[in-house]
Design a protein around this ligand. Structure first.
Ligand SMILES: NC(=O)c1ccc[n+]([C@@H]2O[C@H](COP(=O)([O-])OP(=O)(O)OC[C@H]3O[C@@H](n4cnc5c(N)ncnc54)[C@H](O)[C@@H]3O)[C@@H](O)[C@H]2O)c1
Length: 382
């Protein structure tokens, strides 16, 4: 049995609570929140003890703690937990800047515990298949990709005092919303090299962007465009990767199943397989058993991309003493990308990954520590 705790008893803590409750290998023993009534209510829901501090929670002999607090508090809470020797499952975004990320990494290096980050879309069966088949070269070599987070949040979404400003959120929707798709894109395509970006405030009452667009190059030579929007009424989340072998695509909203993935092989290959079908008449993979369709042939159990999927993987890995892949270090390229997007947009130039050194202001703050009027003017369309 793995004894676990949860710090931060708000919305997403419920997803962690449900995933732990559904796993017979786990005992959720303790929860904590700065708001004692939030901790009491959640503790009663999940049948755990409400603790008055992080130290009290760790004293309940927990081996893993989910950190489900707002992003700006992730670093202090995680460093405290690591200091007490506990492993952490840290919600996204792991931190609000690279300096904090490195502070956690430093604490991790001297702790008995380790840090894992919630990026649940790496853990559905579709992403696992895509990752494996792309790494093996079975789907060809990626050349062009499109990554879209086209969501809708009305003005009222920003009513809470901590929303819509750098102080409360640390960054705009690229950090808070687009990061899920960005993380999956980078996970699938590997090392990125440069970012040219524009973060723009088109309509919402916020200090940062409500839309960002970026052009990315990868070490492999592939290129991608990345768009994040909170102004898009028909909401969708999409990654499309065109390879030398075909088009791999996933389109969903807040979580996918296998049915949301498709593979469109090169028409020539499909023509040959179909023995006489006109070139260009390739169709979406139906998932039907077809030995010539490498995507359909790789299908296994359909695991949707949600907290339960990642928590199931993590618990299994921890209990078996296996490494769990979604480490803090594995998510640094994603935070580097977000940092580069803001730096490129606010400085008006291409940013290379190796430029993101600790002597740059953007390493410490995603607004680069620039005067608020300058950030605002740069992001405003006017
Ligand atoms: N993976 C996902 O799909 C997903 C979805 C939504 C939110 N999130 C992430 O989950 C985190 C929490 O978001 P939420 O929507 O649940 O927020 P929330 O506001 O609903 O809940 C946060 C809770 O943390 C408590 N809290 C604040 N500071 C604290 C501290 N220092 N110590 C202990 N408790 C503290 C608050 O009192 C509140 O109860 C954020 O990082 C967010 O980005 C992830």
């Amino acid at each position: 049995m793995l004894r676990v705790g949860i710090v931060g008893c708000g919305g997403i803590a419920r997803s962690h609570g449900r995933a732990y409750a559904a796993d017979p290998r786990v005992e959720l023993v303790a929860v904590h929140d700065v708001d004692p009534s939030a901790a009491e209510t959640f503790a009663a829901e999940v049948g755990a003890r409400a603790c008055s501090s992080v130290a009290d929670l760790v004293a309940q002999d927990v081996q893993l703690v989910s950190v489900c607090t707002p992003p700006g508090t992730h670093t202090d809470t995680t460093v405290e937990l690591l200091g007490l020797g506990t492993s952490v499952l840290l919600e996204k975004p792991p931190t609000v800047n690279l300096a904090d990320m490195d502070r956690i990494a430093q604490a991790e290096s001297t702790s008995a515990g380790a840090v894992f980050v919630v990026f649940q879309h790496r853990h559905g069966s579709g992403a696992k298949r895509a990752h494996r088949l792309l790494a093996e070269g079975t789907l060809g070599v990626p050349q062009v990709a499109v990554c879209e987070t086209l969501w809708y949040r009305p003005d009222s979404y920003f009513d809470p005092a901590w929303r819509g400003n750098w102080a409360g959120e640390g960054g705009g929707p690229t950090l808070g919303h687009g990061i899920h798709q960005i993380d999956l894109l980078l996970h699938l395509l590997g090392e990125w090299r440069t970012v040219d970006a524009r973060a723009t405030r088109v309509a919402r009452p916020v200090e940062f962007e409500d839309v960002s667009t970026a052009s990315v190059t990868f070490a492999s030579g592939a290129v991608a465009s990345v768009t994040t929007s909170l102004l898009s009424p028909r909401e969708t989340s999409r990654i499309r990767i065109d390879t030398t072998g075909g088009t791999l695509e996933v389109e969903h909203l807040y979580g996918y199943t296998d049915a949301d993935w498709s593979w469109y092989p090169l028409p020539d290959a499909r023509t040959a397989a179909a023995n006489g079908t006109d070139p260009g008449a390739g169709q979406r993979s139906t998932g039907a058993s077809d030995a010539t369709d490498v995507w359909a042939a790789s299908a296994g159990q359909d695991v949707p991309s949600n907290h339960a999927a990642q928590i199931h993987d993590l618990v299994g890995d921890l209990l078996a003493g296996r490494p769990h892949p979604t480490t803090l270090a594995s998510t640094r390229p994603t935070m580097e990308f977000v940092t580069a997007l803001y730096a490129s947009s606010l400085e008006g130039e291409t940013v290379a990954r190796e430029d993101l050194t600790s002597d740059r202001a953007f390493y410490h703050r995603l607004d680069g520590g620039l005067p608020a009027e300058r950030v605002s003017a740069r992001m405003s369309r006017a």
